[in-house]
Each structure stands twice: as C-alpha cells, then as structure tokens.
Design a binder for this molecule. Structure first.
Ligand code: AHM
Ligand code: MG
Length: 337
C-alpha cells in the first residue's frame, strides 16, 4: 500500500525496486509518457483558443477521418518518447507503419504502442477523451524493430495505461501488479496517487454499447441486450441502465470506477467488409484488457480471451467485451451455447 498523495514518479521508482531489472529505464519511460499526457491535457483544455478543433483533412490507415488533434497528439507522443533513449520503436493508431527513430537517436529497451487521442471526434463537442498506451519489451540487438516485433499477445505487455482528459485529468496505470490511478494536480504539475488496487465490482446492472448497431449484431449479443432491456419483468429480474460516451477511455473509466460491461462486438457489416471488429487490438483492446483484468474484470471477444490473441498485423481489429466479471462470463456463455 502506498500513501495517497505520493507522485507518479515516486510510485514507479518504488515499483521498479520490486523487480530485479531496476535499471531506471522503465521509470524514465513512464515519466516520458506522463509528460506527453500532461502536454495533451493542456492542449485539450485550450481547445479552440488555439484553433485545434475540427478535421485535419486527412485519413488514417483505416480510412477514418483524422482530426487535427489526432495528428498533433501523435506528434506530441513521438517527441516525448524518441529523444531520451528508452524506446526502440513506436506504433500508433494514427501511423500506417512502425515508427523508426531517426538514425541519430539512442535506442532503448522498449516498444510502445499508443492511441494518442482515443474518441477524438468527441473533442469537438467537449466530451471526455483520452490517450491509451501499451509497453512491450523490444527485441535485443535490433536497430529498427519490425511490425512482427509489436505483434505479441497481450499477455506479454509489461505495462499498460490510459490518461483520461475529463473534468480532471487522470492517469491509470498497471505494471502487472494491480491498477493505480493518479490525478493531475495542475498547481504542482504532478500526477498524484489518488486510488490504488482498483477493483471492478463483479456484478453490474449497467451496460455500454452503441445501440444503433443492434440490427447488425450476432445472436448472443442480441440475446444479452434483449434480456437487459426486458428489466425486472424479464429473465434477469432486474432493471438495467445504459451509458455510451463513445470514447472508450471514458466508458472503461466508468467501469473501473463503478462497474459495468462494455461491448463493441463484431457485426454483419464488419463481416461483409472483412474486418473482425471496430477497436484495434494493439492500441485499444490489449491495453484496456490488461487494465481490466488487473482490476479483477474480464476481457474477451466472445470466442476467446483478448490477451491470448496473437496479432496478425499492426492494425488488426477485434470484438471487445469487457468489464464486470459475472456479466462478461454470461455474454461469453451465450456465445458458447
Ligand atoms: P477512435 O480511436 O478513432 O477515436 O475510435 C475508437 C472509438 C472508441 O473510443 C469508442 O468506444 C468507439 O470508437 C465509438 O464508436 P461509435 O462511434 O461507433 O460508437
Ligand atoms: Mg481509439
């Protein structure tokens, strides 16, 4: 147990002491990430005062419209991470290929994948958004790691986290020993530990799904949601509530705080288009699944545990069902029956 009020830096130094590889590099990398998040937090607060809302007029590798802030925050992350010798390469939802460091930069021991501004379309309407990141060990002796080096199952993640830019800025981190939350204190400029050993309640009566896609879902999801909506009069015998922010970070943060189940399942349109889901395995599903499992929840596709999937490509998409253990198990069982 740590004292509420210690800084993120103090916390990660203490955590690193628990491992036998206490070189300080990992601590320094987490600090670089925290610096990037603080910069992004500051930008999101300025909003249109500095003209950063709206479209960038470009598309990412998935053909999705890029917002100006997608491009800006991607650069903030690269700048914060490439200069200090802690990463060997980066991969981002906003870049088609692996980002190789310029030749003159020192290579470090880690690979980082990130979604620099998840839910970025919510930025224009002033709703919570966030940054998601995942840390893997880099292959030894490789100057420019390739896509295959990033395509490791989620169980291989060394750490994962997100930073939510809402009424307050909160960085949520797991290094594989539980989940800890740090709130940004704007006066001191430090992330301060505000909650540790975060636990997701095992039961919930709240679901999060984009209901407008209902007609395209597979039968198990149709069944689960029908039963929730039937409420007290239905087989569940209890009324359910629904929330859908449309920023995964905000929906997952709510689930970490008060429980719930989040679903972005595969549907008929995706199958027709030859994709397996909407959310990206390396930048969204894996880090969020590690956090959720470390908080006592579950994360599955309906067919398998997300963290066991061996990625086939950098931008692979997967169905995501995560949150309170008993509800996720129920949805999983509907897929099997
Ligand atoms: P993004 O990374 O391009 O912002 O897209 C991911 C977002 C998630 O944050 C959110 O859960 C989902 O897309 C919302 O999708 P939809 O608009 O279909 O409800
Ligand atoms: Mg995203």
């Amino acid at each position: 147990m740590y004292e509420i009020g210690i800084t993120l830096t103090q916390y990660i130094i203490e955590e690193q002491r628990k491992t036998d590889q206490a070189s300080g590099e990992f601590t320094a990398l987490l600090n670089d990430i925290a610096v990037a998040c603080k910069k992004i937090s500051s930008l999101t607060r300025k909003g249109n005062l500095v003209g950063i809302l709206g479209s960038a007029g470009s598309a990412n590798v998935q053909g999705e419209e890029q917002k100006k802030m997608d491009v800006i925050t991607n650069n903030v992350f690269i700048e914060a991470l490439q200069n200090n010798g802690h990463v060997a390469a980066l991969a981002s939802e906003e870049m088609d290929e692996v980002y190789h460091l310029p030749d003159n930069k020192i290579r470090g021991s880690y690979l980082v994948t990130f979604d620099p501004l998840d839910g970025s379309s919510n930025m224009d309407v002033n709703v919570s958004i966030g940054t998601i990141f995942s840390i893997l060990r880099a292959p030894e002796g490789v100057k420019n790691p390739a896509a295959e080096d990033f395509c490791k199952a989620g169980v291989k993640q060394i750490a994962a986290g997100y930073c939510i830019y809402g009424p307050s800025t909160i960085l949520v981190l797991t290094t594989g020993y539980g989940v800890t939350m740090f709130t940004l204190d704007r006066e001191s400029g430090s992330f301060i530990l505000t909650q540790e050993n975060v636990q997701i309640p095992v039961d919930t009566c709240e679901f999060a799904i984009n209901m407008s896609n209902q007609r395209f879902w597979e039968a198990p999801i149709q069944r689960y949601i029908d039963e929730c909506i039937a409420g007290k009069e239905g087989v569940r015998g209890v009324d359910f509530n629904m929330r859908w922010v449309g920023s995964m970070v905000a929906d997952v943060h709510r689930i970490l705080t008060r429980g719930g189940i989040f679903m972005y399942p595969i549907d008929a349109r995706m199958k027709k288009a030859g994709t397996e889901g909407k959310l990206r395995l390396l930048y969204e599903a894996n880090p969020m699944s590690m956090i959720v499992e470390q908080a006592g929840g579950l994360a599955v596709t309906g067919y398998e545990r997300i963290l066991d999937i061996i990625p086939k490509s950098l931008h692979q998409r997967v169905p995501v069902i995560l949150g309170s253990k008993n509800e996720v198990e129920r949805v999983n069982s509907y897929h099997k029956s």
